[in-house]
Design a protein around this ligand. Sequence first.
Ligand code: KG4
Ligand code: ZN
Length: 341
Amino acid sequence: MALVLGIETSCDETAVGIVDDRKLLANVISSSVDQHVRFGGVVPEVASRAHLEAMQQVIKQALIDASISIKDIDAIAVTAGPGLIGALLVGVSSASGLALALNKPLYGVNHLSAHIAVDQLDNSNQLQPAIALLVSGGHSSILQVNNLATDVIVKGATIDDAAGEAFDKVARIMGLGFPGGPIIDKTAGDGDLSKIQFPRGLSSSTDLLNHKFDFSFSGLKTAVSRYLDKTIDYKKADVAASFQEAVVDVLITKSLSACKESGIDCLVIAGGVAANSRLRQLAGERCDAAGIKLSIPPIQLCTDNGAMVAALGSLAINQGANPSQIGISADSAATFSQIIW
Ligand code: KG4
Ligand code: ZN
């Protein structure tokens, strides 16, 4: 049992979470998203500066929420990659400084695995092995998770845009704003999801031969753009709902096919896009029908947060992982081959 403080700064959220083993005690997030809106995407330098400015206050608030003192913390975990390099470095330096000052162990952890690890908090089901669908702004992967801290096998990934990126780009094409995922989710609420038959990428029988568990969303983005260009009278809600259905349908179909092929009856869906209401609904229906146990973290823990970092740190400690060296460097392009630094 350990009290772990987790720091996340890989993109535009300065976030600190505190967990006591698998119990969530605090989850504080300060987002710089408002500063990026006018650029239509995250500006790395702006994000790094915002992390520097917010860090101390976010740590303080997390300690207050958890009703503990900084001296009670047993270990510090921090996202060491992947992500924006300048943003990651703010988190890694802050965590290293804290670990050094408190004389506590430091655990550099992988952001992508952390998205999945957060599902274990306050959850009595230990879903391992599991198939995981990881869908965020930068990644869309189907994974076989044998052990979250040591053994994750990539079965497939996107060959172009990530699912979240597709939401963000299509929202921009439709003039809906940034970030696109939550706005499309909301806009689609009043729409007819079967109004427009948008393409399901890499789903034809020939594509399935070489790309069974891979995704492609750039053709879908182009299809939406063409539809808007050539159609005079359309409802934005119908376009949003039909686009969303095309993404969600292919994500779930391929995840269930991975479960079937590997004989694993647990599916975990994680990452920012796992907050999507239609994805959550359809995954529930299809998993029920297929006899697959489904686990999705609560919505507020799907997008970037510090609790997920603390959760993976805690898991690593429970498995006897060695602490990281003080002075670890961040790796903006880290893959699942490095889960703990
Ligand atoms: O995991 P995350 O917070 O950050 C990364 O690690 O990338 O994911 C952010 C992505 C963004 O592309 C955002 O548009 C998408 O998650 N997203 C959603 C929803 N909420 C966030 N996509 C679809 N529906 C949502 N409700
Ligand atoms: Zn993320």
